[in-house]
Ligand binder design. Structure first.
Ligand SMILES: C=CCO[C@@H]1O[C@H](CO)[C@@H](O[C@@H]2O[C@H](CO)[C@H](O)[C@H](OCc3cn(Cc4cccc(/C=C/CN=C(N)N)c4)nn3)[C@H]2O)[C@H](O)[C@H]1NC(C)=O
Length: 123
């Protein structure tokens, strides 16, 4: 959807989650944002890793200092964006990630890993 629109992903983190990801962008190879909370994977413990992907090539990772998630949590993740940055709103945490590709619309959303999607809403 267009800038300013908010993509809401509601769901439940699995009780034994190692990690999950919410990907938004053009398609699976071109992502404005790969939002990847890691409970314990790739050597990361309780770390949110964010990145972009440009035609199949990962960008530079950003690691967010806070980790407001627990196994089994029911959460809502709200992602909105402008031409300069994406904003991720979580329970007790909000942060920005640069819109490195200058993407003007999001037409792709995928949720992967240990997260059970309950609802997705575009508002
Ligand atoms: C230190 C060594 C070199 O540096 C590492 O180099 C790795 C490879 O590049 C990076 O890792 C990569 O980082 C990328 C972001 O930048 C993507 O996240 C990618 O994953 C893509 C991907 C997504 N997906 C689906 C998915 C997503 C989330 C959970 C699951 C499944 C959960 C498993 N549940 C179980 N088993 N119950 C599955 N699969 N692959 C990841 O491989 C590390 O961050 C990086 N670490 C650091 C500190 O720099």
């Amino acid at each position: 959807g267009p800038p300013g629109e908010c993509i809401k992903v509601k769901g439940k983190i699995l009780p034994d989650a190692k990690g999950f990801a919410v990907n938004v962008g053009k398609d699976s190879s071109t992502l404005m944002l790969h939002f990847n909370p890691r409970f314990n994977c790739h050597g990361d413990v309780n770390t949110i890793v964010c990145n972009s992907k440009d035609d199949g090539t990962w960008g530079q990772e950003d690691r967010i200092a806070d980790f407001p998630f627990q196994h089994g949590d029911k959460i809502e993740i709200c992602i909105s964006f402008s031409e300069t940055e994406a904003t991720v709103k979580l329970p007790e945490l909000e942060f920005q990630f640069p819109n490195r590709l200058g993407m003007e619309k999001i037409q792709y959303l995928a949720v992967e890993g240990d997260f059970k999607v309950k609802a997705i809403k575009f508002s």
